[in-house]
Design a protein around this ligand. Sequence first.
Ligand code: 6PG
Length: 239
Amino acid sequence: MTRVQVLASAQELARAASWYIQHRLLEAARSRGRVLLALSGGSTPLPVYERLAKLALPWDRLHLFWGDERCVPPDDERSNFGNAHRTLLSHVPIPEANLHRIQGELEPKEAAQSYENDLRKFFGSEPPSMDLVLLGMGADGHTASLFPGGPELEESRSWAVNSEPPAGTEPALPRVTLTLPAINAARAVLFLVAGLDKRPAVSRILKVIGSGRETPAGRIMPKGELAWFLDREAAPGQG
Ligand code: 6PG
């Protein structure tokens, strides 16, 4: 099932998203005891992380993963882990052992293999069924670090691979990303998308779900719920 919610502003988007996430995580804790969440990179989720840090969540039972990482050390300002640490992790009691960080400081291939090993150790042979995967989207329709026309899009066995952003993508850094099989094994996926520049890609994907398959974001079809939270600027058909 696909759910689309249009919020009046990026601020309202952050508020609605943090409630949605809280609801999903509490439900997972109630029904399965542990909670598996994959965080998104980019700037749009950061105000959401700041709000989550102020909420009552089952932090001790939460395992955190990442949808992707830029290949830089965690103290680099472009690090997705670093930004999550600054806005969320440093403010809440999550056990260090529950942080499944992508080691951006390693060589891209090595970092991807190390993350793959961590995922296989945690999930065994079953596809990694996260309770919730958070994703953003670029104006070109890329999501996590799955880029239009990239070989990583066709990966069918691995759960984590390295990828190269096309020219013009910021930051112009090698990446490590979850693959489509890993993301689509999730119980729920939440897209957080804000800004006018994203509207054309959103229109293509949402107009006829499934036909936006030329874009990486259009190939996100989780086994559970797919939710798109958009600000008015990113939403098709809004003034
Ligand atoms: C990354 C992200 C990437 C991001 C989009 C949107 O590491 O860059 O995972 O997929 O979500 O580029 O980025 P913004 O939210 O900053 O617009």
